[in-house]
Ligand binder design. Structure first.
Ligand SMILES: Cc1ncc(C[n+]2csc(CCOP(=O)(O)OP(=O)(O)O)c2C)c(N)n1
Ligand SMILES: CC(=O)[C@@H](O)[C@H](O)COP(=O)(O)O
Ligand SMILES: [Mg+2]
Length: 611
């Protein structure tokens, strides 16, 4: 390694680091310069691509210390949620790929096993790292590899999730198995972290005498080091060495600041630029105009409803802003509950609120409801409780990749007795269907909405028995019934035009309420040669499966075609790209229909003459 002066003067330190061993050879007095370079790099790249800027600015020194003390990948470093692993990626040879961050075929915004041997956990769902660590330390013990360290980096927010405590319960009971739990305590999830755990960490953070010697971690059997200034790389390095040498279960409590070193993030009192779109790096302000999102329309309508219906309460799992509850929380703070990153608890707490005479609205990303399925099924639906689930980010979300796509909610909810699910196609339907869902007092309801700009009104040309007919073929030929689910209506309408140019008579019907299947939809389908469902959900048990079952039950013999997402994980990319790749854009829909009817696509003029 070149001398200090030579190193720091010749080229950016960051460019001299091909892998963690180069970092380990760096003299400690150059670490502050390296940290500055990393922050500048993160600000430049993440402002250009969007991503998790605040969380990664907060873990620069911590990540440097981790890779200097531990020998990844021989030692395992597991990041909880993984949104804060950009620095880890920089230090493990991926600096050159950051211009492609979160874009199709580009660098993932989370750890990726395909990208690097240093990456272990790809799942972006919080509160899992300690359970992985529990399994890893057990494997080390069984393999006689106790000298290979296991380190789990878990945020204060992730520590409010139940799984984290299930794991701590196990890890603490076998404290002779060496595991290093690094609590990255910045006091926030998006907003300030809530609950008794957060309060205990605050006590520790402030170095309250007794708390440091005996606390909730030591009571569970862990050693405890902290609180440590998480922005002093040398101090963190020193305490990590001590933790490692302890060779038992130990918690290292590191205090960091989300958004550190970038004024627009540090001044963002709401969320410290936790997850951002493309920004102007000079100001930290979004580039481009913010169109009204589905989330924004939901939040507006919920506030109106809450103002006239005192029984409405709302619950969020540490995401009041991203799920649209901010306005209601400001106006009716006593009726909005942030339970921490605790979706299972959120759902059963909602059941309790419903038993108490309220109508809870649980606002959650569709993908995060997966982990609360049993609570929905057995704590809400079994008791036929009136809880409304507003599933944001339903369908392909885009840049957050496989564990963020909300592509299983229709499959899960189709199994729940008494569950009614709406999928609004536009902002007008969203307002109406939300109102209708909350008005239902005899069981659970759900309204699913995608990420992005809310579609303007898509008017119906007719309504029949709860169905919105969006387009009827002028000729009246009932060849194909297209059944788009929610926001896929525009693609279906464009596909209808393509198919009519091929001489087919096409009806487009929006079921509005997707589950249970409206018998009128099955009847309408039976009058067509073929019906086609088009859904932004897995084909395994989704709306198409439910429709096929409903048609079987009515004895319909119409041909069927179900278009949706394969039983596979979908990579990151833009929502539009991913929908097109799944064949859920107008060309894909029309092509699939022509293929199913054994009709080669012909030039429109020829097709019309053929009739
Ligand atoms: C089960 C689950 N619920 C919600 C989220 C959304 N989410 C992503 S990061 C985050 C906050 C994480 O806070 P913390 O663990 O303290 O990490 P920090 O961002 O502060 O580093 C949340 C709620 C998630 N990833 N997983
Ligand atoms: C890591 C995590 O789960 C969230 O921060 C998520 O990335 C936010 O997604 P949106 O940007 O779609 O709100
Ligand atoms: Mg945090």
């Amino acid at each position: 390694m070149a001398q200090n002066a030579e190193l720091s003067a010749t080229r950016p330190l960051l460019e001299t680091l091909a892998d963690p061993h180069d970092l380990q050879r760096l003299p400690p007095d150059l670490l502050p310069q390296l940290a500055d370079e990393i922050r500048g790099f993160l600000i430049e790249k993440v402002c250009a691509s969007g991503g998790h800027l605040g969380p990664n600015l907060g873990v620069v020194e911590l990540t440097l210390a981790l890779h200097r003390v531990f020998d990844s990948p021989r030692d395992a470093i597991v990041f909880d949620t993984g949104h804060q692993a950009y620095v880890h990626k920089l230090l493990t040879g991926r600096r050159h790929r950051f211009d492609s961050l979160r874009s199709r075929q580009g660098l993932s915004g989370y750890p990726s096993r395909a990208e690097s041997v240093h990456d272990l956990v790809e799942n972006s769902h919080a509160s899992t790292a300690l359970s992985y660590a529990d399994g890893l330390v057990k494997s080390r013990a069984l393999n006689g590899e106790r000298d290979r360290a296991v380190v789990a980096v878990v945020g204060d927010g992730a520590l409010t999730g139940g799984m984290a405590w299930e794991a701590l319960n196990n890890l603490g009971a076998a404290a002779d198995r060496p595991v290093i739990v690094v609590v990255n305590d910045n006091g926030r999830s998006y907003a300030p972290t809530v609950g008794a755990v957060a309060a205990q960490l605050d006590l520790l953070r402030r170095g309250e005498g007794a708390a440091v010697c005996r606390n909730l971690f030591t009571d569970l059997g862990f050693g405890y080091f902290g609180p440590v200034d998480g922005h002093d790389a040398v101090a963190v390095e020193s305490v990590l060495h001590r933790a490692r040498d302890l060779r038992r279960a130990v918690v290292v409590h590191v205090v960091t600041s989300k958004g550190r070193g970038y004024a627009p993030a540090e001044l963002d009192t709401a969320e410290r630029l936790h997850a951002v779109g493309v920004l102007d790096p000079a100001t930290g302000r979004p580039l481009g105009t913010a169109a009204k999102s589905w989330t924004g329309v939901f939040g507006e309508e919920l506030l109106k409803l809450a103002a006239t219906h005192e029984d409405i309460v709302a619950i969020t799992a540490a995401m009041p802003g991203p799920t649209g509850l901010t306005a209601m929380a400001e106006r009716f703070p006593e009726r909005v509950f942030d339970v921490g990153i605790a979706e299972q608890h959120a759902v059963t707490s909602a059941a309790g609120l419903a038993m108490g005479g309220f109508h809870p609205v649980v606002a959650v990303y569709a993908t995060f409801l997966n982990r609360a399925f049993d609570q929905l099924l057995m704590d809400v639906a079994l008791h036929r409780l009136s809880v409304t689930f507003v599933l944001d980010r339903a369908g392909l979300t885009g840049p957050d990749g496989p564990s963020h796509h909300g592509m299983w909610d229709l499959s899960l909810l189709s199994m729940v007795p008494g569950m009614r699910v709406a999928a609004p196609r536009d902002r007008v339907r969203l307002r109406a269907q939300l109102r209708a869902a909350i008005a239902m007092q005899d069981g659970p309801t759900a309204v699913r909405l995608p990420k992005g700009t809310a579609l303007a009104e898509i008017p119906a040309v007719a309504r029949m028995s709860g169905l919105d007919i969006l387009r009827r073929t002028p000729a009246g030929a009932l060849d194909v019934l297209l059944i788009p689910i929610g926001p896929l209506a525009p693609a279906a309408l464009e596909a209808a035009e393509r198919l009519e140019a091929q001489g087919l008579g096409v009806t487009v019907a929006d079921p509005c309420w997707v589950l249970p299947v409206n018998p009128a939809l099955a009847s309408l389908a039976a009058r067509h040669r073929m019906w086609v469902t088009v859904e932004d959900n897995s084909l395994a048990g989704g709306a198409g499966s439910a429709m096929a079952q409903a048609c079987r039950e009515t004895g319909s013999r119409a041909r069927q075609l179900t278009l949706g997402l394969d039983r596979a994980f979908v990579a990151h990319g833009s929502r539009e790209q991913l929908l097109a790749e799944a064949g859920l854009d107008s060309a894909g829909i029309a092509g699939a229909v022509l293929n199913a009817l054994d009709m080669p696509s012909r030039p429109a003029a020829v097709a019309r003459r053929a009739g």
